[in-house]
Design a protein around this ligand. Sequence first.
Ligand SMILES: [Zn+2]
Length: 468
Amino acid sequence: MTAEWPPVYDPSYVPPDDQEHWSPALETMHPAERDVLIAAKLRRQAAWAYERSPFYRKRWDEAGFRPEQLKTLDDVRRIPIVTKEDLRQDLLDNPPFGSNVCADWRDILRVHGSSGTTGIPTVIAISKGDWERIGEAHARVEWGAGVRPGDTVFMAAPFSLYMGAWGMLVGAERMGAKCFPFGAGAPGQTRMAVRWCLAARPSVFYGTPSFCLYLAETAKEEGVDPKDFGFRLLFFSGEPGGSIPGTRRALERVYGGPVIVDSGSTGEMTPWMSNGGCRHAPGMHLWQDMVYTQLLNPDTREAAPYGGEGVPVYTHLERASQPLIRFWSGDLASWTDEPCACGRTYPTMPRGIYGRVDDMVVVRGENVYPSAVENVVRATPGLTGEFRMVVSRERAMDELAVLAEYTAEAADSPDAVDRIARQLQSDLGATLGIRAGVQLKPPGELERTQFKARRVIDERDLYQDSFA
Ligand SMILES: [Zn+2]
């Protein structure tokens, strides 16, 4: 890394295959020394954002925070926290890209995003320089997982506006691995994947753990033993299973004992592989010199002690185009500073991400909040307003069903219930950005509660040891 900010990396650098670390000095640095490096990057990042982003200037002025106050890394606690709701409000106030694109618009190379939960798309604008830095960061983490230039990487994840698969691609390309951007989710594609994996014998699988299990199931239906694919490494993101012991055992069994590595934070934080594991143990290291990550106590919002549990809060350190500084993920994890056999000195989330502090669910890569469903249900005439969301999984694809009640008046009119159901389905689709099934029930059918309503029924058991 050069001393300039944002940093420029040598695009021709690739370590020898037998080297454990892509950047040994950075990855094995003493944590106290690393904190000094992070603080220096953070000062530059914060000053950049304050100068260019009306979003931060306004928030920080209101909070009395100035980038000059960042003397040591401990001063990070002075920076106000940013939530997804803050970003949503900024997009509403400043359509269509919000007020936090700090790069010259001419320098934006890619626009990604997610449909969000209110019909307002979350936009992720990435400059060319940032895209190169993301490639460098992801190459480092993929190297740490064990990917090498000689590998063929089968990428079984959707190539869409969603950042996931693209992050894998840009890192593998930077390293010089053979990229096989197969995709996922189209009808018949999984059967096709079975044939291609047999024919091309890729050495690395990239996708979600549940899609990987589904691929194995489909292979067996086709009379193919998944061991015959010859995967050496299964590299996951998008859901927690890569760090869940039972899921790991099931994958080891069906694929004949490949190395399994987990990764991923969230699309807005790209390089999202700044949470990324190694071949030595389950869980994910926090590559803090890429994205500074702390686990905060959800009540006090102070750093949780090692050994404790908290919400990962992320801070970009080298993002020129749309930096997020102290971004509250709402996820739940524990962390430790126990050493790892790989020699990296980063903190580790030994169980990966295992829950949420709010009731958001991720359905097919989209964040879905019950409050967004509630808005639509309440705005639809002929419904009582009571509802449930049921998330399930059919053949490795998430399905969302919304149960709501029609009113007694609606029940009196023939055709009305069908019409309301069609309206609700169409409005939900437009708002959530994903298809939702709708079931209407007679009034009073859904149980009422005086306490905080549990409106989300997640049947997928994503955080459970369901394959043990
Ligand atoms: Zn390790």
